[in-house]
Design a protein around this ligand. Structure first.
Ligand SMILES: [Zn+2]
Length: 368
């Protein structure tokens, strides 16, 4: 579940919170909230959207757990509702990256910068693969993550119950109380020791006395980061919601203002488009049509991107056809609201009765 605002920053007037179902990756519902509905505070819109969206979903199905990005109000609310909350590792790693990036920016020596960048990339990749490997087992996850600091020292096997504290040679690194108590209980070697699919990287070992080692260790051995790690699971990526958000942008661009009704209708169109796309994907209708090289700034080299055949969006023609049909039936003016439907039904009944009254037939004797 994730929220999206109609315009960037504090001037947002509307927020749509959308929910993707995990197994089908389909948009199952969304709720739109106007700033007026949350005492003119744009900061409260997302939470309100989550509340509405969740209660609408729960009227139909039971919700086992919810994955969100780290929005404090939302997390606090869901936990108070006794919901199991997972974090999307992507968001969390993005903020860790930002933190490390700031450290790198402060460095003056170009060579130091390059070394630190390389090490940060290795750490982030390592954390991601640890979360993936741990499959929701938080103890294993913590141990895998911190085994990074053994691996970079060229230590790939270690005695069980080794304390995390042994990772720091001196007390110079500021670590949290939880970290001080942790031990390697379940993990006693690097995955590459036994698994051929995880080859060892051929990097120079790093001394625990080195500056970078200490900086990186300090950045992850914090209470907040460790607690977040406990809640991270890979398959619960909110990336699918973000993917949906990028579809929404095409239907209601951020630089254009839409009233709430238009905002909702455009979000609906985006949801149909997104779901159709995912279904076409699952039906195997989208084939790979080509591969092209693209320069990646992050890697400094060409990476290969895969291109897929476009989706045939039949639903658009269906909507256009139905709209034309309705226009032909009902003529000019605004479309009728669904509530009018009953009135028209009654009108028809009246007309039908008139038909009966006005048709005179020679054989018709049983008029009541
Ligand atoms: Zn190793």
């Amino acid at each position: 579940m994730d929220g999206q605002f109609d315009s960037p920053g504090y001037c947002a007037q509307l927020c749509a919170v959308s929910a993707v179902e995990e197994s089908t990756k389909q948009i199952i519902d969304f709720a739109a909230v106007h700033k007026r509905e949350t005492e003119n505070s744009s900061g409260k819109m997302e939470l309100e959207g989550v509340k509405r969206c969740l209660s609408a979903i729960e009227e139909r199905v039971a919700v086992n757990h919810i994955t969100v990005d780290k929005h404090l109000q939302v997390v606090a609310y869901l936990q108070a509702q006794n919901k199991k909350v997972h974090f999307d590792p992507w968001h969390r790693l993005k903020s860790l990256k930002k933190e490390l990036q700031n450290t790198i920016k402060r460095l003056e020596d170009e060579r130091e910068k390059a070394e630190m960048k390389e090490l940060c990339r290795r750490l982030i990749t390592h954390i991601y693969s640890s979360i993936e490997r741990a499959e929701g087992d938080s103890q294993a996850c913590q141990e895998l993550v911190f085994s990074f600091f053994l691996h970079v020292q060229n230590i790939h096997r270690w005695p069980r119950k080794r304390k995390f504290m042994e990772l720091i040679p001196s007390e110079e690194v500021k670590v949290c109380p939880r970290w001080k108590k942790e031990k390697f209980e379940v993990i006693a070697e690097c995955p590459h020791i036994t698994e051929q699919t995880h080859p060892d990287s051929n990097h120079e070992p790093i001394s625990p006395e080195s500056k970078w080692y200490k900086v990186l260790l300090a950045s992850v051995s914090k209470t907040a980061f460790m607690n977040d790690l406990d809640k991270m699971k890979i398959e619960n990526m909110t990336s699918f919601v973000e993917n949906f958000h990028s579809v929404c942008i095409k239907y209601r661009p951020k630089r254009v203002y839409f009233p709430k009704k238009g905002f909702i209708q455009r979000t609906m169109l985006a949801a149909i488009a997104y779901n159709e796309n995912r279904m076409a994907e699952m039906r195997g209708e989208r084939r790979i049509s080509g591969v092209y090289p693209k320069f990646s700034k992050a890697r400094g080299e060409n990476v290969y991107k895969v291109q897929k055949t476009p989706v045939i969006q039949k639903w658009k023609m269906e909507i256009v056809d139905k709209t034309i049909e309705r226009k032909q039936d009902f003529g000019k003016g605004n479309p009728r609201e669904p509530d009018d439907e009953d009135d028209y039904e009654e009108m028809d009944i009246v007309l039908n009765r008139f038909d009966e009254l006005l048709v005179f037939s020679d054989t018709d004797d049983d008029m009541e």
